[in-house]
Write a protein that binds this ligand. Structure first.
Ligand SMILES: *[C@@H]1O[C@H](CO)[C@@H](O)[C@H](O)[C@H]1NC(C)=O
Ligand SMILES: *[C@@H]1O[C@H](CO)[C@@H](O)[C@H](O)[C@H]1NC(C)=O
Ligand SMILES: *[C@@H]1O[C@H](CO)[C@@H](O)[C@H](O)[C@H]1NC(C)=O
Ligand SMILES: *[C@@H]1O[C@H](CO)[C@@H](O)[C@H](O)[C@H]1NC(C)=O
Length: 138
C-alpha cells in the first residue's frame, strides 16, 4: 500500500507522464538497457551490472530486478515524508558516525551529475550509467 502511494507521488512529481508524451498507446513499451556501477574507492571495489527494463521504470524497480536476477543486493527504508531511502548496497551501509553514504550519480557520455531525486522517483534513460558511489561527507 505504502509503495503504491509513493510510486504515484513520484509520477505526479515527474509530469509529463511517460505514456502521455505524444507516443501512441500501442501497448508496446520500449525497453531500456540500464547499467549500474557500484564503486567503493576505499576498498577498491568496482562492480558493474546491467539489465533491460521497460522505459520509465524508476530506479527502485531496476534495483529490485537486479537483486532478483543477479548478485546485486540492496536495502532501503521508507520515510513517510520523502519516500524510499537507500540504506545499503551489497551489504555495506552508510553510517552517520563515519560520515559515509551511497552517493547516486548519473553518467551520460562524459558528463557525470549527481541525482536530485531518490531511487523511488529516478527514471534512467537510454545510454545512461547509474553510479552508486560509496563516499564521505564533511
Ligand atoms: C538487453 O537487450 C539487448 C537487445 O535485445 C540485448 O542485446 C542484451 O543482451 C540485453 N542485455 C541484458 C543485460 O539483458
Ligand atoms: C524523513 O527524512 C527527514 C529528512 O531527512 C527526517 O527529518 C525525518 O525525521 C524522516 N522521517 C522519518 C519518519 O524517518
Ligand atoms: C565505521 O568505520 C570503522 C572503521 O572503518 C568500521 O570498523 C565501522 O564498522 C564503521 N561503522 C559503521 C557503523 O559503519
Ligand atoms: C566517488 O567517491 C570518491 C570518494 O569520495 C570520489 O573520490 C570520487 O570522485 C567519486 N566518484 C564520482 C564519480 O563522483
Amino acid at each position: 500500500m505504502a509503495l503504491t502511494a509513493i510510486t504515484l507521488l513520484c509520477f505526479a512529481a515527474l509530469l509529463p507522464f511517460p505514456g502521455l508524451g505524444g507516443k501512441e498507446h500501442s501497448g508496446e513499451l520500449d525497453m531500456v538497457l540500464v547499467k549500474v556501477d557500484v564503486t567503493n574507492k576505499f576498498t577498491n571495489n568496482f562492480v558493474s551490472y546491467s539489465t533491460n527494463v521497460t522505459e520509465g521504470m524508476p530506479m527502485f524497480g531496476v534495483l529490485n530486478k537486479l537483486q532478483d536476477t543477479q548478485s546485486f543486493r540492496f536495502t532501503y527504508s521508507i520515510n513517510k515524508s520523502y519516500g524510499i531511502f537507500l540504506e545499503s548496497v551489497n551489504g555495506l551501509a552508510g553510517s552517520t558516525a563515519n560520515k559515509t553514504y551511497w552517493e547516486l550519480l548519473s553518467k551520460k557520455g562524459k558528463t557525470i551529475t549527481r541525482l536530485n531525486v531518490g531511487i523511488g522517483c529516478y527514471q534512467p534513460k537510454k545510454n545512461e550509467i547509474f553510479i552508486m558511489n560509496y563516499t564521505t561527507w564533511g
